[in-house]
Design a protein around this ligand. Structure first.
Ligand SMILES: CC(=O)SCCNC(=O)CCNC(=O)[C@H](O)C(C)(C)COP(=O)(O)OP(=O)(O)OC[C@H]1O[C@@H](n2cnc3c(N)ncnc32)[C@H](O)[C@@H]1OP(=O)(O)O
Ligand SMILES: O=C([O-])CC(=O)C(=O)O
Length: 375
């Protein structure tokens, strides 16, 4: 059974900043649960839409509820013309996380959350529209193509892959996208979720909370690590090179992206799941480099530093094997984590007090003002 990490020091580490009934992270036993369910069981047997429903509506749906929910999301996939026009103005070299931030924020202008009773409908709209926001911009700016934002794919993961590649995805790829969206959905008081809750605590609107959270997820110490991990893995052309390169990075005290965790002590339960799927995809494409390189880095990090891959590390190769461009990795995280962010906003609103911690002052003592001509 995994041991709990001793949490203390800067970054509010180990301090309880609020309550949640949504997930447990790093507790002995399961490691990660969503409303009491082990994430590994959800990833093995559930559909992402079921997990979204669980987080947003409180319980797993029945067959009929899931069918209604999936039909509701399918109807909300298309983008308003005004949003398409905004996306067309964003250059190809923009960062896709900035595109997601703008897309979310702009939708908040034209379809605002009028009052908090609309919070679930706004969330469902964003959940359905995010894949198209990402892919409409990507395909227009990179291929000069105005794609149809509606597909007949039954799942959000399949819908995303279809929009990106312009064709029906394979069953294996739909399965892996589904697993990935489940693994990334919720993670207690991580930096982006805490950002969303701070914003919610001022009684701001849901679009503002999500826009703020996207900004926090973008950084390489958080969601941006999946992209950064891919860039590192691609630098090596063999396992031997990867071992030498990793030793060099450690000697230079570089941060190795996709390793370590603020809460987990010796493993991230999401890693074994996505690593298994990455291996299946590696076999499917006949990969002889990326997966062995990833494993060599993984082994070296454990031997040298007792640092383990987090959820992001093997997501990099898994996404790559499905032909997803590296710069879209973190936006996929947004499509999934929206569910956790929104569920936390609902929780914060249901029992709110403005989040306003104190600071320890380290500046100069109080002193007399000196008029400008005497300075
Ligand atoms: C989905 C997610 O957001 S998962 C996180 C994704 N982020 C990454 O993968 C970025 C790389 N990892 C990191 O930067 C860190 O491990 C974080 C940000 C995830 C957690 O940070 P912390 O809670 O401060 O880490 P922790 O307290 O366990 O660090 C212990 C020591 O290991 C080092 N360390 C931790 N992770 C790494 C790493 N990936 N590479 C090299 N050294 C590391 C720290 O620098 C620290 O060393 P020190 O004591 O000499 O300062
Ligand atoms: O919990 C964290 O600090 C980061 C993380 O793994 C996540 O948000 O999924």
């Amino acid at each position: 059974m995994a041991e709990a990490k001793v949490l203390s020091g800067a970054g509010l580490r180990g301090q309880v900043a609020g309550q949640t009934a949504l997930s447990t992270v790093g507790q002995a036993g399961a490691g990660l649960t969503y409303r009491g369910y082990d994430v590994r069981e959800l990833a093995a047997d559930a559909q992402f839409e079921e997990v979204a429903y669980l987080l947003l509506y409180g319980e797993l749906p029945t067959q009929a509820e899931l069918a209604d929910y999936s039909a509701k999301l399918a109807k909300l996939r298309d983008l308003p013309q005004a949003l398409k026009e905004v996306l067309e103005r964003i250059p190809a070299d923009a960062h896709p996380m900035d595109v997601m931030r703008t897309g979310c924020s702009f939708l908040g202008n034209i379809e605002p959350e009028k009052d908090f009773s609309a919070q679930r409908d706004v969330t469902d709209r964003l959940l359905a529209a995010f894949p198209a926001i990402m892919c409409y911009w990507y395909r227009f700016s990179h291929d000069g193509k105005r794609i149809d934002c509606v597909t007949d794919e039954p799942t959000l993961g399949g819908h995303f892959l279809h929009l990106l590649h312009g064709k029906t995805p394979s069953e294996l790829h739909v399965k892996v996208m589904n697993v990935s969206l489940i693994l990334y959905a919720e993670h207690e008081f991580n930096a982006s979720t805490f950002t969303a809750r701070v914003c919610a605590s001022t009684l701001s609107d849901l679009y503002s909370c999500v826009t703020a959270a996207i900004g926090s997820l973008r950084g390489p110490l958080h969601g941006g690590a999946n992209e950064a991990a891919m860039e590192m893995i691609e630098r090596f052309s063999s396992a031997q090179e990867a071992v030498e390169g990793t030793l060099g990075m450690l000697a230079r005290k570089d941060k190795i992206m996709g390793f370590g965790h603020a809460i987990y002590k010796d493993s991230d339960p999401r890693n074994e799941v996505i690593k298994g799927w990455s291996k299946k995809l590696a076999d499917e494409v006949g990969d002889k480099v990326l997966f062995p390189v990833s494993e060599a880095i993984d082994k070296t990090m454990w031997e040298q530093k007792k640092l383990f891959p987090n959820a992001d590390f093997y997501h990099a190769s898994a996404y790559h094997f499905m032909g997803i461009p590296t710069k879209l990795f973190t936006p996929i995280f947004v499509c999934s984590r929206l569910t956790g962010w929104a569920a936390h906003v609902f929780e914060q609103r249901a029992n709110n007090r403005i989040i306003r911690p104190s600071a320890e002052y380290t500046g100069v003592e109080q002193r007399k003002f000196v008029a400008i001509e005497r300075r």
